[in-house]
Design a protein around this ligand. Structure first.
Ligand code: SF4
Ligand code: SF4
Length: 119
């Protein structure tokens, strides 16, 4: 999971509205104390979602996210999520970037394995 987390920190956090930045440099997550980023909380499940979908349509990824992550998130009630409604969930806001970061790690890992002859 560390490689995925690093990819998120590199590709998503620096553009996140909740980030504390020093110029172009990401310093830390600026979510208030007691709030943890859903990207980090649900990262293993989000990786599963991204790897389970093979589609050109972002809607297919979002549908899987709703089914496999949002449905079990403490912030949701049925299909309703107040944070999502207020664009206050980084996972929802940057899901495309998160998905791209995960795919990038997978592509890199597959290339390394292929070179090493690992199936
Ligand atoms: S809310 Fe999540 S994505 Fe945004 S800066 Fe914090 S850890 Fe990064
Ligand atoms: S959109 Fe809402 S239900 Fe889905 S992960 Fe974010 S906070 Fe949780």
């Amino acid at each position: 999971m560390q490689a995925y987390l690093d990819a998120v920190r590199n590709n998503v956090c620096p553009v996140c509205l909740d980030a504390v930045m020093a110029g172009n440099q990401f310093v830390r997550c600026g979510l208030p104390a007691g709030r943890k980023c859903p990207v980090e909380i649900y990262l293993p499940q989000v990786v599963e979602v991204v790897e389970s979908v093979d589609s050109w349509l972002m809607d297919d990824y979002v549908e899987a996210l709703r089914e496999k992550v949002c449905a079990f998130c403490e912030n949701s009630t049925g299909d309703f999520c107040a944070l999502r409604l207020q664009a206050d969930c980084a996972l929802d806001r940057y899901f495309m970037l998160v998905a791209d970061a995960i795919k990038e790690v997978d592509t890199r890992t597959n290339a390394v394995n292929e070179t090493a002859g690992i199936p």
